[in-house]
Design a binder for this molecule. Sequence first.
Ligand SMILES: NC(=O)c1ccc[n+]([C@@H]2O[C@H](COP(=O)([O-])OP(=O)(O)OC[C@H]3O[C@@H](n4cnc5c(N)ncnc54)[C@H](O)[C@@H]3O)[C@@H](O)[C@H]2O)c1
Length: 339
Amino acid sequence: MEIVKLGIIGLGRMGKHYASIIQTRIKNASIIGICSVNDDELDFAKYKLEVPYTFSNHKQLLELNELDAVMIISSTTEHARHMIDVIQAGYHVFCEKPLALSVEDCQKVIRVAESKPSQISVVGFNRRFDKSYAYAKKKIEEGLIGTPFKVKSQTVDKDTLVGFQKNYVQNSGGIFLDYNAHDIDLARWFLDSEFSHVYSLGGSFKHEVFAEMGDADNVMTLGRMENGTMAHLIASRTAAHGHDTYAEITGTEGTLRVGRPAGVNLVEIYDKHGARREVVSTFLERFGESFELQIQHFVDSVQQGNRVPHSLQNALEATRVGVAMTRSFMMKKEIQIER
Ligand SMILES: NC(=O)c1ccc[n+]([C@@H]2O[C@H](COP(=O)([O-])OP(=O)(O)OC[C@H]3O[C@@H](n4cnc5c(N)ncnc54)[C@H](O)[C@@H]3O)[C@@H](O)[C@H]2O)c1
């Protein structure tokens, strides 16, 4: 196929970002149909994006005969059933993280995907497409830092996103699944092992509203991996200075630090306030290019019929560990992860 014809489910904050990347940067793909449950978003699809077909029910989108693949960027609570319906309808599928809010739902999706082995089914962990994280992984594989034994990884948003989060959080699975899904995936990737135990704690230190929803605004986790190595994961909704997402990998021969500070550029300012770097404000500023590379990779895989290995297994593990972290936080005790 010359052009990959895409359907998109979900046109909120991320769906709009994906649609914009596809329309402006992905030369071998075109958006044919969009589904959203929000009328304003459907108008945006019709009049701003000028997409040929719009629907308020994803099953109508799946009945379009013109599609090659579907990208699921809907609320996390909807991912599992959208994945199952899209795969059963015969399409290649990409889904934003996390795959589902329970291990059982992830396993249901995986069973359906396994019954359709000729279709590509992937869950996006865009940090693997970030050039700096990917470079760190390459350096580890080349043996630069010896044997890695410790990963510190954090996902930290600027406080200004809190207004959006108050509505969003109810369909997100909570801070451990929503934020730390990335950090769990990176720790597994860099340490080449699975989590065996987690101990998580945290609270709503700045915005009580998150506690009222059973969630938190700041959390941290200590994780033990099956190969004996260690992970320290942090998530925060309340940074004053900017979007401060980074990772540090320590091995027997050295340390790699990725992304700190997340400067808007390489300029250091020395003035009456002291010395400083200005940092990015949002994850889209920090990780914009990685989303584009991730979409391009999916579209190319569909076009060329390439398999994308292990992706759903990575998504299952992110949910498994995120659920265990949430339980640890709630129960105030270490949780052993069962497989
Ligand atoms: N990779 C990352 O760094 C990253 C960052 C932010 C969000 N995300 C993920 O992207 C997804 C969307 O997040 P968002 O910030 O755009 O949320 P959002 O609330 O802004 O948008 C959710 C969208 O889902 C649509 N939707 C909800 N239920 C639906 C249904 N039944 N059928 C069709 N559409 C439905 C809504 O209309 C809306 O368009 C989430 O799963 C989130 O975890 C990933």
